[in-house]
Design a binder for this molecule. Structure first.
Ligand code: 4AD
Ligand code: MG
Length: 461
């Protein structure tokens, strides 16, 4: 007897064989003589139907084969009598691994709200929706590694604990082994981090970029794909306190090369998902968002629009639409502005040349003295999905910017030193993984595309 997963079983269609399948019961229905068990093992959105004859299985026994129970079914694979499936299992033996008391098991066959499912994140992977989302998430992660590997990039593991603030925004979680009720103090009353575990003040990384640059200036083409942490108190459907970021960094690339790579990558990933996650995406399209598949296809079809920040402000000022926040040169673009730009251009937009004062210290400065070679990619439904830039490779200019922005130099000496020893033009960007998964699955809240979300006041599971 072969032990198979349901996905493979449904693809073989070879009836007559004896099979063994294990999984979780989605539902059981039937009458006095026959029971139909819908079984799912997570390998696919589709269930296999097991048919249990009352001559072989008593009512008493089948009572425990209820929604949520985990069972193993052995039997013959036969052509299905009913509609809706090609094959089914004629059960000969059923082993119950674990029951799920219907009185208390929180997941029932009827649909549950996504909000309710967030409260039972330990069980929600067993729903059709989260099964689909988590499988799509897996395929996208795999596709990212494949995309970069096929292009000759090396995966660089950058640290999760760091002593610097890559984005200079100060939104960091501290890492310490101090007893917080009794921290050692220096003579002037400040916390004495020299006595802490690392002998200095440390935090969870907000980005792997700075270390990524060190890798690019040796290996040429690298990417990181790791967890990043932001202690910003943003309770929005687009923000997590712990999220995963993909950050490629490329030596000898300028801002144009950077945009080309980012656009190629996003199209590749969306196309990959359409090809490899068809059943799950069709389910999500049907259940949540009838425009999903069309929207995904539209992103692959045509070039992304490329405009400068200055042009974007001009468009926003002259479009005649009333915004809540004024669009004004020097101010950051708000979500409503990003949405308008995407709608106006009918698809993804890449905005470059932002004012230097609203962007990070490491971005390459333009000759106008006002703007930097930044790029943000704005996506339908999502807003900013990628942020990146060409990097300032000139030591004197970079140092001046660090000073102007009051960035603590002592935590960045190693970064600055790369501009003294064999510096070169280079560029990179960061793709927020959950924002990508959000776009591809058509879900509306970022908490529903990561297995165990971390947001303000929420770290239960
Ligand atoms: O624009 P950000 O802050 O850029 C960086 O961190 C650069 N170091 C990247 C680089 O050039 N290597 O973040 C990059 C992307 C954003 O465009 C967004 O998709 C995502 O990361 N992101 C978040 N995703 C979920 N929750 C949050 N709180 C996020 N903050 C940023
Ligand atoms: Mg950004």
């Amino acid at each position: 007897m072969s032990k198979v997963r349901i996905k493979a079983l449904l693809q073989t269609a070879g009836t007559g064989q004896e099979v063994v399948v294990s999984g979780w019961v989605r539902s059981r229905r039937g009458n006095k003589t026959i029971s139909f068990i819908e079984l799912n093992d997570g390998s696919t959105i589709h269930n296999i139907q097991a048919v249990a004859d009352a001559n072989l299985f008593s009512d008493e026994f089948l009572k425990d084969v209820s929604t949520g129970a985990c069972i193993r079914v052995s039997g013959n694979l036969v052509a299905s009598q009913g509609s809706g499936q090609a094959v089914e299992i004629q059960a000969k033996e059923i082993h119950i691994y674990g029951t799920a008391d219907p009185q208390v098991y929180p997941l029932q066959k009827k649909g549950h709200s996504l909000e309710f499912l967030r409260e039972i994140a330990h069980l929600r992977p067993r729903t059709n929706t989260f099964g689909a989302v988590l499988r799509v998430r897996h395929h996208l992660a795999y596709a990212i590694h494949k995309f970069f590997n096929d292009k000759g990039f090396f995966n660089l593991h950058t640290p999760i604990i760091t002593g610097s603030d890559a984005e200079g925004a100060g939104e960091m979680f501290h890492v310490t082994t101090f007893d917080l009720k009794n921290t050692p103090r220096t003579e002037d009353g400040n916390i004495d981090y020299s006595q802490d575990f690392f002998g200095k003040e440390t935090n969870l990384t907000v980005s792997g970029q700075l270390e990524g640059e060190l890798g690019a200036l040796a290996l040429g083409l690298i990417y990181t794909f790791g967890p990043t942490f932001r202690a910003e108190n943003s309770n929005t459907p687009r923000h997590l306190a712990e999220f995963w970021m993909i950050e490629p960094e490329m030596a000898f690339h300028d801002i144009e090369d950077n945009m080309d790579l980012a656009e190629e990558m996003l199209k590749y990933l969306v196309a990959y998902a359409l090809e490899h996650c068809a059943a799950d995406l069709e389910f999500l399209n049907k259940m949540y968002d009838k425009e999903l598949l069309n929207r995904l296809r539209s992103v692959i079809d045509k070039p992304f629009t490329r405009i400068t920040y200055t042009e974007a402000i001009e468009i926003l000022k002259t479009c005649g639409k009333k915004f809540e926040y004024l669009a004004d040169w020097g101010k950051d673009l708000q979500k409503e502005h990003e949405n308008y730009l995407v709608e106006h251009h009918g698809g993804p937009v890449i905005v470059t040349g932002y004012p230097k004062d609203i962007k990070a210290f490491y971005m390459k400065q333009n000759d106008d003295g006002k703007t930097v070679r930044a790029m943000d990619i704005l996506f339908p439904w999502i807003g900013e999905i990628i942020g990146g830039s060409q990097r300032e490779e000139d030591h004197a200019k970079l140092l001046k910017r660090v000073e102007e922005m009051h960035i603590p130099q002592e935590s960045l000496w190693w970064y600055l030193e790369t501009r003294k020893f064999g510096t070169c033009p280079h560029a990179g960007f960061g793709l927020g993984f959950e924002r990508l998964v959000l776009f591809v699955t058509g879900m509306t809240n970022i908490r529903d595309v990561i297995p165990f979300p971390r947001t303000p006041k929420n770290a239960e599971f």
